[in-house]
Write a protein that binds this ligand. Structure first.
Ligand code: GAL
Length: 330
């Protein structure tokens, strides 16, 4: 480079300098690791986090496509790239320990969401937190809603045997929301005094397609026996609705109560149309807001208190509230 070119380059750099030093501080960089973006509920949480972050934080979204090995390498690459924090929705909650240890080794805060790590894994790192919703409360609410509807409307006991013939759709085995919602739902039904015959407990992995397939197969075997369907989430419930519709239900007086959890938009539409009897709010917006704020505070090195974090944390775990949403009439 000639001397003249060098001088010109120096001049340009010097002219730029004041602008650089006076500019806004660069936003923090946060890795957002989602277990599977094709899951509508989790996808909505991811959207809400990115919306909430706006220009305040640069979110780097990674979709693990339901593959824990892929997620491990995504987290490693994010840490290598120097992210300031991680919001992590693990594929396998039992594998969280490995990811928590990786974050700890780089002193990068990690807030886990929706798939709850074991408490013994969470205590391994003081900058590891969990934000989710109490699955037992959600299971109880859906069980109470179903029992209440059954008790209030004797016509729902179609064969008049004083017993609810129930099909229960379960999400992914081992997921806290599948295990604990199922237990709490059955417990709430038992507490309500409604006699229940559990015709089938079917695993449909949170998926509408599987819910539809499994329900269609059950209808072939059970015919009209079923009197109520309770599902660990809306997607599987809506799959069951599709199968029932195809079998001639929801026309004329042929109605059967189906319950889900999440209150995703398509479930709210089904509630309005009368094909879904009830659901429970799974506060994805709340998870988004609380997890982002917590991550930002941890990155800033600020002690978390009720003054800067308005949600109730207990042992680094935040459970947001749930609420039932039901049809008023049928
Ligand atoms: C649950 C939700 C399911 C599914 C699952 C994924 O809380 O009810 O629909 O999204 O999380 O972890």
């Amino acid at each position: 480079m000639t001397k003249r070119c060098l001088t010109a380059l120096m001049m340009v750099l010097i002219m730029c300098l004041p602008h650089i030093s006076q500019g806004a501080p660069s936003p923090v960089r946060i890795g957002l690791c989602i277990y599977n973006m094709s899951d509508p509920f989790v996808n909505s949480i991811s959207d809400a986090i990115i919306r909430e972050a706006g220009t305040r934080a640069e979110m780097i979204l990674q979709d693990a496509k339901n593959n824990q090995n892929l997620q491990n390498s995504q987290v490693e690459a994010l840490l290598d790239s120097g992210v300031d924090g991680l919001i992590l929705n693990p594929v396998d909650r039992m594998a969280s320990v490995y990811l928590i240890r990786m974050a700890k080794a780089r002193n990068v805060p990690v807030v886990l969401i929706n798939r709850e790590p074991l408490r013994e894994d969470l205590v391994l790192y003081d900058k590891a937190y969990y934000v989710g919703i109490d699955p037992s409360e959600q299971g109880r609410l859906v069980g109470e809603m179903a029992a209440g509807m059954f008790l209030a409307d004797p016509q729902l006991d179609r064969n008049g045997d004083g017993t609810m013939q129930l099909i229960l759709f379960k999400g992914e085995p081992g997921h806290q929301d599948a295990e604990l919602r199922t237990l709490a739902t059955l417990d709430a039904l038992a507490q309500s005094g409604v006699q229940v015959t559990l015709l089938e407990e079917v695993v449909a992995q949170w998926e509408r397609r599987l819910g539809q397939q499994r329900m269609a197969a059950l209808l072939t075997n059970l015919g009209d026996e079923v009197e109520c369907v309770i599902s660990n989430n809306d997607e599987m419930a809506l799959g069951a609705v599709e199968a029932l519709k195809a079998a001639g239900w929801f026309t004329g007086r042929r109605w059967i109560p189906i319950f889900g959890i999440d209150a995703i938009p398509s479930a709210l539409t089904a509630l309005e149309q009368g094909t879904l009897a009830g659901t429970v709010i799974n506060d994805g917006e709340g998870i988004a807001r609380a997890s982002l704020q917590l991550t930002e505070l941890l990155i800033a090195g600020q002690p978390i208190s009720t003054a800067n974090f308005p949600w109730p944390l207990e042992n680094k775990v935040l459970y947001l509230k749930s609420e039932p949403v039901k049809r008023q009439t049928r």
